[in-house]
Design a protein around this ligand. Structure first.
Ligand SMILES: [Zn+2]
Length: 239
């Protein structure tokens, strides 16, 4: 069995057989990896609590035919403890891992920028650097943009004008002016649009101290639902 070393964040875990779990990880160098942690559900497991969701671990993995196997896992950052003790952060972290898990379907495909974005968002949550809900919303827009789905928020998707932007449509790819907006487009106010742009850019100078705008939040949710082709379940919980 060929071994490889990497670091990663645990996204989800699923029971397997009597004592094992399948751990879905997002790793720095190998992208998404699903690996079996043998005996992890036994009381005296050598993994302890290190392969739980939101843990950032240094890993030694063995390549397998269907699943890789986790040989060793050493904790780099115990995000799990800090996040599970804080309900807002916990919900936001769930939105983050669920989005990434749905967004990236292929395994062993390196995505270093996605990994850095993930770790950055979890660090910001743990350190309470910004509003937890806004960290999650900003993460969703930026993760989708990295995957090729960047919402056009600065100019009308039909005519390109940058003023009089009154509507937004996920299927159309962004904002629309009063003249061009399609029937399915939703109205969006200037303040909500400013907040949405700041979320997409991670512009915390604009976001910190601002009241989370429900219309901006809804636009993030719709953008994610349209491009992930399913609702982000944990995002519903943010409302
Ligand atoms: Zn237009």
């Amino acid at each position: 069995m060929a071994l490889y070393r990497d670091e990663g964040v645990v996204l989800t875990t699923t029971k397997l057989g009597e004592a094992d779990r399948i751990i879905t990880l997002f790793t720095r160098d190998h992208g998404k990896v699903r690996a079996v942690a043998k005996g992890v559900r036994r009381t005296k497991s050598r993994f302890g609590g290190r392969v739980e969701p939101f843990m950032r671990v240094d890993l030694l993995l063995g390549e397998g035919r269907t699943f890789d196997t986790i040989s060793q896992a050493e904790s780099i950052a115990a995000y799990a403890g800090a996040i599970s003790g804080d309900y807002e952060a916990y919900r936001a972290a769930n939105v983050i891992v669920e989005t990434l898990n749905d967004l990236v379907t292929s395994e062993h495909e390196p995505a270093g920028a996605q990994y850095r974005l993930l770790v950055g968002a979890l660090n910001a949550l743990v350190q309470h650097r910004h509003d937890a809900r806004m960290i999650a919303e900003s993460y969703v827009l930026r993760a989708l943009a990295l995957a090729g789905w960047r919402e056009r928020l600065g100019s009308c998707v039909v005519c390109g004008r940058t003023d009089d932007l009154t509507h937004i449509s996920a299927p159309a790819g962004g904002v629309m002016c009063l003249t061009d907006h399609t029937p399915e487009a939703k109205p969006i106010g200037a303040l909500a649009l400013t907040q949405l742009r700041a979320l997409a850019e991670g512009d915390w100078a604009v976001l910190d101290g601002a009241e989370p705008d429900p219309h901006a939040a809804r636009a993030v949710e719709e953008w994610a639902r349209y491009y992930l082709e399913r609702p982000v379940r944990s995002m519903r919980l943010l409302d």
